[in-house]
Design a protein around this ligand. Structure first.
Ligand SMILES: NC(=O)c1ccc[n+]([C@@H]2O[C@H](COP(=O)([O-])OP(=O)(O)OC[C@H]3O[C@@H](n4cnc5c(N)ncnc54)[C@H](OP(=O)(O)O)[C@@H]3O)[C@@H](O)[C@H]2O)c1
Length: 244
């Protein structure tokens, strides 16, 4: 039998354009750094016209201004894009008070727009505890406080799984600051991983997922907790090579 063709399960970096939604955010800024100097053209999305120069300095080749609650803005953002990396999230009090979340409605608009536009791959930063699979007791307790936003994330995850897009859903544990460690464990939902992980480590996985055959059409819990290593499945995350 022929070996599986990686081009059907991962993107070729040459001539590729990638949209980073949530590019100004904690994870998104690390995604820009991870892709800086590599072949894909990187388009950054922000709601703020003032963010333009800063995003360029961080490594964005193009900047689009738009709000993902507006389906037209989502459509404009994905025009001519091969892959979408979404690290959007609701800020501060909105997590507790809003009745609509960019994590849900915004991501669903982006998924719909990407599917319509014929985008190939879509990677989303979700969260540990989202979904019906058994989660760690700590993740479950956390859901008592942020249940509505977790349910919104679950809806976006479902929309992505049902869309004609090759997808990777990353469910990190508690996000922390600091540089990339490379000490990341990933596992299928239900592994009950628990712990923290740096935004830089998650960003590396987001940026690499479209180019990593083993990440195609997967949902993965993500933490950096050496105590849970035996529950994890190693994946060879592959960023495109740096351009010379
Ligand atoms: N905090 C944790 O411990 C934790 C744990 C697991 C998962 N997560 C999830 O991980 C993701 C990333 O978190 P983070 O802390 O790195 O992000 P963050 O710093 O809060 O950044 C959020 C980003 O979302 C964008 N955004 C918000 N509303 C938008 C809208 N309506 N349209 C377009 N963009 C919008 C913002 O862009 P502009 O303001 O520039 O428009 C910003 O870049 C979130 O989904 C979060 O829920 C967090």
């Amino acid at each position: 039998m022929d070996a599986p063709d990686d081009t059907t399960t991962s993107l070729d970096a040459t001539g590729t354009r990638i949209l980073v939604a949530g590019a100004t955010g904690g994870t998104g800024r690390w995604v820009l750094r991870a892709l800086d100097g590599r072949p894909p053209t990187v388009r950054a999305l922000t709601r703020s016209a003032d963010g333009h120069d800063r995003l360029r300095r961080l490594g964005a080749d193009e900047v689009v201004v738009g709000d993902l609650f507006d389906p037209d803005d989502a459509r404009a953002a994905v025009e001519d894009v091969d892959a979408v990396l979404s690290a959007v999230g609701s800020a501060g009090r909105a997590v507790l008070t809003a009745d609509e979340f960019v994590d849900g409605t915004g991501n669903r608009n982006l998924v719909e727009a990407a599917a319509e536009a014929g985008t190939e791959a879509f990677v989303v930063e979700s969260a540990l505890g989202v979904g019906d699979e058994p989660a760690s007791p700590l993740a479950t307790a956390f859901d008592l406080f942020i249940g509505p936003v977790q349910r919104a994330k679950a809806e976006a995850e479902a929309a992505l799984r049902n869309a004609p897009l090759r997808h990777t859903i990353l469910r990190p544990g508690v996000l922390t600051g600091g540089p990339r460690t490379g000490l990341v464990q990933t596992a299928e939902p239900g592994a009950r991983l628990w712990g923290g992980v740096t935004r830089a480590d998650v960003a590396h996985l987001l940026a690499a997922a479209p180019f990593t055959p083993a990440a195609a059409d997967r949902t993965l819990e993500v933490v950096s907790n050496p105590l849970l290593k035996r529950r994890a499945e190693p994946i060879d995350w592959q960023l495109p090579r740096e351009s010379r």
